[in-house]
Design a protein around this ligand. Structure first.
Ligand code: UDP
Length: 342
């Protein structure tokens, strides 16, 4: 049985869907603060479309602050490995309210690791982030790049990476920390997808703005702000490495299989850069609708370019992203928006 903490969230739900399609048994632990109960039902429906033998995941509403409840989970289920997604992930909020981030992300993970040790479980795949690098000194970023986060969110992820290393040395913990670049897109069956409240990410904001223009009154209710048009990039807007959420899910599955052979950190990205303006142009092409935009000042803390070298993930996991064309990624996100249930 696999324990998936944060399995009702965006990347977690896509990963559980993939795991149960592969006939793995999963128990989801989620406090449902950012995760969604509906995602648990819908990921199962989606998995059934691809594999009618998929087993429904178990679900336990538990917060990582609750050590007693965590210990009970490990007693109730025979856990072989843990995948840990649960974290607060709003960069801006982490700057104004770091206490919330250190408590939930760092202390929550410490509680989880200790519960694992107490239960004799020594395998974990952890959601880290390219935010641990800070401002790139060179691109594409490889795993050896200096880690110097520029916000508390990135700090929490880096601190956890260090905890994992120390626990490996002292207690023989087997871990893989996956440093995501920009997770994007949705389940190809459009049953689950990105659903944050508030939403801050570019692709869902663009698609939501386009959808509102298609409403009965045809009046745009939200306008996408392009944060900065004077960056040192070909069109002046920031470049990011958008990685399909289904490819992230696959990487977790492969990482579980490699825990006996490798412990360490791996980048997950495509190595392909897409600018903010290009994302908007592609969304307009895919949807056939115009996106209302306005130019706005730079957002604090945004590096001009973030691109992954995914060579190490290819070597260690045998992983290569399958959906690399931004049009295909945005198409899955659009289909999800059209079919959205939560
Ligand atoms: N962005 C933007 N307008 C928005 C949201 C994002 O111009 O309303 C830009 C942001 O400055 C960044 C890129 O889009 O360059 C991706 O931002 P997102 O928040 O999706 O992901 P991040 O790279 O911050 O993890």
């Amino acid at each position: 049985m696999l324990l998936v903490v944060g399995g009702a969230g965006y990347i977690g739900s896509h990963t559980v869907k993939h795991l149960i399609e592969q006939n793995q048994e999963c128990v989801i632990v989620d406090n449902l603060v950012s995760g969604n109960q509906a995602a648990v039902e819908n990921l199962y429906n989606s998995a059934l479309i691809n594999n009618p033998k998929s087993q429904a995941p178990h679900f336990e509403k538990v917060d990582l602050a609750d050590c007693l409840a965590l210990a009970k989970i490990f007693k109730k289920h025979q856990i072989s490995a843990v995948i840990h997604f649960a974290a607060y992930a709003y960069v801006g909020e982490s700057v104004t309210n770091p206490r919330k981030y250190y408590l939930n992300n760092v202390v929550g993970t410490l509680n989880l690791l200790n519960a694992m040790l107490d239960a004799g479980v020594n395998k974990i795949v952890f959601s880290s982030s390219c935010a641990t690098y800070g401002n790139p000194q060179y691109t594409p970023l490889d795993e050896k790049h200096l880690q110097n986060p520029i916000n508390p969110y990135g700090q929490t992820k880096l601190i956890i990476e260090k905890m994992l290393t120390d626990y490996r040395v002292a207690y023989g913990l087997k871990y893989i920390a996956l440093r995501y670049f920009n997770a994007a897109g949705a389940d190809k069956n459009a049953q689950i997808g990105e659903s944050h409240n508030p939403e801050t990410h570019l692709i869902p904001l663009v698609l939501e703005a386009i959808l509102q223009r298609t409403a009965a009154d045809k009046k745009p209710k939200s306008v996408v702000k392009i944060f900065g048009t004077d960056y040192d990039t070909p069109d002046g807007t920031c470049i990011r490495d958008y990685i399909a959420v289904d490819d992230l899910a696959l990487a977790h599955y492969l990482a579980l299989e490699q825990l006996d052979n490798f412990s360490g950190c791996l980048n997950l990205g495509t190595g392909i850069g897409t600018s903010v303006k290009r994302v908007i142009a592609v969304a307009e092409e895919v949807t056939g609708q115009a996106c209302p935009v306005e130019y706005a000042p730079r957002r604090v803390g945004d590096p001009p370019i973030l691109l992954a070298s995914n060579k190490m993930a290819q070597e260690v996991l045998g992983w290569t992203p399958k959906t690399i064309d931004i049009r295909d990624i945005i198409r899955t996100a659009w289909n999800w928006q059209l079919n959205r249930k939560f």
